[in-house]
Each structure stands twice: as C-alpha cells, then as structure tokens.
Design a protein around this ligand. Sequence first.
Ligand code: GDP
Length: 488
Amino acid sequence: VCYWIIASDGFICSLLGGLLADGFDERSCRSRYQSVMYRSRPGKQPSAYLVSKLRQQEALQRRCGPGTVAYSHALEQLRSGKSAGDGTGPQDCKYLVSISYRGLGNRILATASAFLYAVLTGRVLLVDPSNEMGELFCEPFPGTTWLLPPGFPLASYTNFSVNTTESYGNMLRNKVIRTAAGDVRPASRLPAFSYVHLDHDATEQDNLFFCDEDQRVLRNISWLVMRTDSYIVPGLFLDTGFQGELGRMFPEPDAVFHHIVRYLFHPNNHVWGLVTRYYDAYLATAQQRVGIQVRVFGSQPNSPELLEQITKCTQKERLLPELLAAAADPVAPGPSRKTKAVLVTSLKSWYYEKLKGMYWERAAATGEAVSVHQPSHEEFQRFGARSHDAKAWAEIYLLSLTDALVTTAWSTFGYVAQGLGGLRPWVMYRPDNDTHVPDPPCGRDVSMEPCFHAPPFYDCRLKRGADTGKIVPQVQHCIDMSWGLKIV
Ligand code: GDP
C-alpha cells in the first residue's frame, strides 16, 4: 500500500514499501505519512516476508489486545495463577509485557527488541506506559493499543528486578522450571507468568533465555514480563530456533533495527512539530547535512580534548572542511558556494559554540559555507520530564535526517539515530583517559545496527562459556565496545 507523495524526483511511497500499515487517520499521526519527505535517502526495502509477518502481528494485536474477550480471559487466568497456554482459552493468546527504563535511547532499543521477540514467538506486545512511553509516540498498530492498560494484576511488575522470585533465571535456579532433562509438564502446570530479566545485571541463568531449549519452555507460558535496557536482538540471532525465521524476515541482517525502528516509532504530532519546524528553518536548504552527536554527562567539565577529537575526526574523514589561516582569502566567494549545515546535539552548548566560532572566524579550505546549529542544551539528563524527553526524541530524529552522522561510542541515543536514518556512522572512540584524544579519533562503524551491551557469553550447544561473537557470522563484536555484540 502506498500514499504517493510528489517529490522533486518523482513520486515516493509514504508507507515505506509496505512496511507501514494503512488504516490510520493521517491527522492523528502526521509523521507516519510525512517523514519520507524529510529523508534524502529512501532506506532499505523490507522483504515481502517481513511485511506479511507485520500484517499478521497487527491482526494478532487486534484479536488479543486490550478490550477483547481474549484479553479479559487471559487476565483472569493470570489473576488465578493458572497458565492459559494449554489451548483451553477462547483464543489462546500469549502476551509479552515490555518494561523499559533509563534514557530514551535505552527505552527505544528495549521496546524494539521486545517487539521482534513478540513477532518471533507469536505474542501480543504490550508496553508499560510509564517513563513517558505513552507520551512520545503514535500507536503503531491500527485498531488497537500497544499500551498496557491500568489495573494489570501483577501490581508490582514495574519493580521486578534480578531478585524477583518469578524471574526465569530464579525459577531455573530454584528448580521451579527444568530444562536440562526437558520439562515435560503439560503447559497447564507451568507458572502463569514468568519475568524475563535481561538487564545489564542479568545472571548466567537469566541469559539462558538465549538458548533454544529454554525458549521451548518459555513458549508455553502465557504471560512474560521482560525488562531490558539493551538491544538484545544479536542474542536472538544466536538461538538456533529463531535463525530460520530471522533469515527469511531479514535477508539483509544489518537492517533489522532499521526496519523495526521505522515501523514502530513515529513521533507524535507535538514532537513532529519540533522536528519539522527545526528542519525547515535550519537544515532544509543546505546542500549537505552532517550530524554530530556529542554525548556528555552533566558533571563533566567542558573538554578541549573532546573538541579536538570532534574536529580531528570530522576533518580527517572529510565530513567538515579544514580551515584556512586567519588572514587567507576564501577559495570560492559568492552565492555559488556550497552550503553545509552541521547539526550538533548535546546536553552542553560549549562544543557547538566552539565549532560555530571556528567556521565564522576562519574560512573553509573548500570554500564551503558552514553553518552550525544546536536545537537545545538541557545541561543535565532528567528522568520523567516530558518536555525533556520530547526534545531528546526530536533531536534523535533530526540526527537521523542528516546525510552523514558522527556518534559517540556507547551511546544508545546515537544508535537510534543511525538506525532510523539507515546511516553507518563514524563513531568517536571512547578515550582511555580524559586527557588523551584517541588515535584514530573515530572509525566507520561496520553496520548501522545498535550494539548489544550486555550479551551472553555462553554456547548453548556446547553448554559452556564461549565467545558469542564467533558463533554465527552475522553476530560480531562492536567497534565501540569490545565485549558488545552487533549484527553485521
Ligand atoms: P545514552 O545514555 O547515551 O545511551 O542515551 P539515552 O538516550 O538512553 O539516555 C540519555 C538521555 O540524556 C537522553 O534520553 C536525553 O534525555 C538526555 N540527552 C543526552 N544527550 C542529549 C542530547 O544531545 N540532546 C537532548 N535533548 N537530550 C540528551
């Protein structure tokens, strides 16, 4: 399905080659329809199989989601502590409740991961609406809601942690569930729910989640509640039971997150206003747009070393021009010169001010006119503040609309921007200490996928610790975090 939009070089399909479903009121979520007009690159084409899986998932969300008979029945089962996964329910629906927390980048990665797991396992995805998750995005599925309604029977689910008795890892440890000999109990005798803890502090048992044997047990539990702050998808690629489906859905494995994030996360009309007004005013007319994400923490002093790293990286990689000596004449004066807009995002304004000053005080060696812009500088990271999150989301989105992107190592904020934009970024390496500029200052990432920061180190077939970056060719270590895993 396409809404055709007239663009400078012909018509473009506003629903991303069928990735997005039709059937929404355009006014309720303008970004769904308008974002293609703001992207200079169309992005990767989704496979026909992925498109069909997404339509199936939408139908499942409508059939089993909040407000349906099936949903009431499943909640009843959960309240009574019985598993409904024995096929006796009216619709036999299974659910995944996703809890995400920490910064916006973490939350988007966590939700995207939960969504893919839900698709792979035929579960309805329900998103915990706290932490602004109900405030920033449009509903992704037509005719239903993805937000977990109030009154969920597991009253303290948002406090679930590594210590929760019902966590999958703890149930294994306490032998409530067994996999080694094969848990042959009928589904009706399994617990009604299990909590999947895949946070940075996940234990070895929690991480058995990534093994097929364990997935076969989890398959029969009707309700799963998952908490993660990471992009766990590389771990799903390690599971032999998922590999066939993943291969069919994503013939280009390095575009998994690219498709999911574009499918799932649409800025609501308020955030879309922030994106489009800024883009139209400061970025639209430039011939080239360069995004620079400078992730700093509120307590850090302004760092001349980091500024040097930014300029060295961008000039060495020819993303920004070198500067002429102060008295030198510009190479190509006049209105015919090329224009380049640099979008800086950061909690601090110092780096932006320095860069802007450099390109004002001295001429670019290429003769280009370089303008530097920064939408906000919030100074400190804040939790649960609506306007703060809206700005962060708008800035992530604006970074994704650039033609070339420089990101900061380890930052999930940058990962989301690169995935949305379909950009393989230049990553500024993390310095060993604050007084050293890394050499080289940055490197081109191997793919546009996010890095999984807390991966398992276990070979499920050999049942022993292993380097999980060496098990399947699509999953390797990240360039910004040596122990992390990413899809290439
Ligand atoms: P990460 O901590 O770098 O992995 O990224 P997260 O997005 O998970 O958390 C950082 C949070 O700090 C963001 O969600 C924002 O709330 C805030 N933040 C960090 N950098 C920026 C920035 O450049 N612009 C804005 N507006 N907020 C930022």
